[in-house]
Write a protein that binds this ligand. Sequence first.
Ligand code: SF4
Ligand code: SF4
Length: 159
Amino acid sequence: MNLDVAIAELIASVKHVDDLKEHAIRDFAQTAGFYAESGPTFDPKGTYLCGDCCFRQMPHTCDLVSGIIKMKIGSCMMWRIGEPVGLKVKHKLSQVEAGYAERPRSKGFGCSRCEYGSEAEKPDSAGRKSWCDFWRMHIKPLACCFREEGPDSKDAPGE
Ligand code: SF4
Ligand code: SF4
């Protein structure tokens, strides 16, 4: 066997294993941790504010979550983009259950403002150029998940 070819194949397979490992972690983060980098739970603006969520009830309540909701500084893990849907639910989630939080100084959420996010040493094969230290995977800067946290985070301030 040509040694150079064998080494090249070995390196390629290790990279492949890393990609597969991250793929499995990302799958888990998407299903269990509400990680979103595409689709209706992804915010192209990267702020994930209640004011852009389809469950908002202007001026300061929500279809799903109890208490006072602040459209310009609040968000929760149920965030979904769109015009108000006017959902009628019998029992709303508490702010703790929904993971509702406010960021009064940042006025936005998302990986780019999260204490676990940073620039990756190098992008992954899909071009994700940021790194998440909580999930240990490459992420997109405008993505978000339920673990979003920052120095000005106030969890469930209305309860
Ligand atoms: S509290 Fe959650 S569900 Fe309600 S408007 Fe804000 S992000 Fe949407
Ligand atoms: S950087 Fe923060 S918001 Fe983004 S995936 Fe990691 S923990 Fe979640």
